[in-house]
Design a protein around this ligand. Structure first.
Ligand SMILES: [Zn+2]
Ligand SMILES: [Zn+2]
Length: 459
């Protein structure tokens, strides 16, 4: 499938107005464009951005058949080209999403007529339009808990009053309002980094928990967070030079002379948090300890559930396979409505359809999609070659997508060795990239577009 950008001058033709009313339009056709190709429409000033994604549904029309004459503003440049295509509107992009400023580094300025979408531009469009943006929006915090660590740790929360005794607000309490589910918090207790936690839900208003000293006002902010205690804590003063270089400029935890600021919650950032976690990892004694800490950095809270659910699917699939006809699977990737989440052992999960997984395996003829020749064996009941279904975009991320992730486009057939490598291997990224390249197109067609960078963050 080819992908193109075409340019539209809204002073000559009001394409925005047209697409408010019509689904399909005719357009002058350029030689190479084919039925099924995607065409992005870049609308010049005052818009200055890609506004539409369309699909070519007819080519080589002798004349324009759709009447859009009332949207022609200046027809003086108009001539009969004798060759038209029909474009069907697929998506309208929000204002500013794909604007000229961000596009010009892809050389769009020089573009006059239709031109092919470059690989960089394609990746950029995916990155900007992906529904997974919130993963990049993770924020980092640093909390001083000298007065309340034990109580807050036992209760699994952070708490701060909204106002001080004098009725005034405080920036280090106000910072609580910025904490959202999935954010990472570094816990300091008398200069030691004693815990790292990940917020379980967004901040909410809450009365002061009874176990906290009543020196504070009752009305406050609370963040429920999952504490991971550190067996061998590092001491911040041993790392002060680095920390001062890395800490954010606004609401930073340490002052100019390298002392902790007076107060409760401060901003951290990715760099400082990574530094603290990596230094902490370096002094832990067990591999499990190290791995768990690094997982926090990668926001892997859902990872163990993911492989557990994978295994349930693997256990049950042989039976499903034996009941399915063995003929070739006809699958056309298209958006499918997602299922509602279910609560499974206290965790929110999304159902996986065994039949779809079985279809996906049949589609791949039960070969490993990393490499067909990878060794396998024959299944007991279905007598098919043994392969395991894996969701490329992990099902744990279903909440970020409007369309279902449980579709053949997103399920890949793997030998058990490759499957384990993807979940537990050090070089998983290479395998994921290989699979991504095979399925990028189909994922987009199934309404679950994602760029490689974001996909890798999910593992
Ligand atoms: Zn898997
Ligand atoms: Zn394999």
């Amino acid at each position: 499938m080819g992908k193109w950008v075409i340019i539209c001058n809204p002073n000559e033709y009001d394409v925005v107005g047209t697409f408010n009313v019509l689904e399909n339009i005719n357009w002058k056709q350029s030689t190479d464009i084919q039925k099924g190709d995607l065409v992005y429409i870049y609308v010049t000033k005052p818009y200055g951005e890609i506004k539409f994604e369309t699909k070519v549904i007819e080519v080589n029309l002798k004349e324009a058949v759709i009447d859009d004459s009332k949207y022609v503003i200046d027809g003086s440049n108009f001539e009969n080209y004798g060759r038209y295509m029909e474009l069907q509107l697929l998506k309208k992009f929000d204002d500013g999403l794909l604007s000229y400023d961000s596009l010009k580094r892809f050389g769009l300025k020089a573009v006059q007529g239709p031109s092919r979408v470059s690989a960089e531009l394609e990746e950029f469009i995916l990155e900007r339009t992906s529904q997974l943006k919130q993963i990049n929006d993770r924020r980092y915090f640093f909390v001083f808990q000298n007065k309340s660590y034990d109580e807050e740790y036992s209760g699994g929360y952070l708490w701060a009053p909204q106002l001080g005794e004098n009725g005034k607000r405080n920036s280090h309490w106000d910072e609580m309002k910025n904490v959202k589910k999935g954010d990472l918090i570094i816990h300091s207790f008398f200069k030691k980094i004693v815990a790292i936690s990940v917020a379980k839900r967004d901040v909410f208003e809450s009365e002061r928990p009874l176990e906290l000293p009543d020196q504070w006002n009752n009305k406050g902010w609370r963040v429920d967070t999952e504490y991971f205690t550190i067996k061998n804590p590092i001491i911040t003063s041993d790392h002060m030079n680095e920390l001062m270089k890395l800490q954010p400029t606004k609401n930073a935890p340490f002052n100019r002379i390298g002392r902790g600021n007076t107060g409760y919650l401060f901003s951290s950032n990715k760099e400082m948090s990574e530094y603290i976690i990596n230094e902490t990892v370096a002094v832990q004694k067990t591999d499990n300890e190290k791995k768990a800490l690094l997982d926090l950095l990668k926001n892997k809270e859902n990872k163990t559930i993911e492989s557990k659910l994978d295994n349930e699917l693997i256990d049950e699939i042989d039976e499903v396979l034996s009941s399915l006809p063995t003929q070739e699977v006809n699958y056309k990737p298209e958006p499918k409505k997602r299922s509602e989440a279910i609560i499974n052992g206290g965790n929110k999960t999304y159902p996986r359809d065994k039949k779809i997984a079985a279809n996906a395996l049949n589609r791949a003829k039960h070969n490993c999609e990393i490499e067909e020749t990878h060794p396998s064996f024959i299944r007991r009941s279905s007598k098919t070659k043994y392969a395991e279904p894996h969701h490329i975009i992990p099902m744990a991320n279903q909440g970020s997508f409007d369309n279902s992730l449980d579709v053949e486009a997103n399920i890949i057939s793997l030998c058990s060795n490759c499957h384990n490598q993807i979940h537990y291997g050090n070089e998983a990224a290479e395998l994921i990239e290989t699979l991504y390249k095979k399925r990028r197109e189909e994922l987009a067609q199934a309404g679950i577009p994602i760029c490689l960078e974001e996909l890798l963050k999910l593992y």
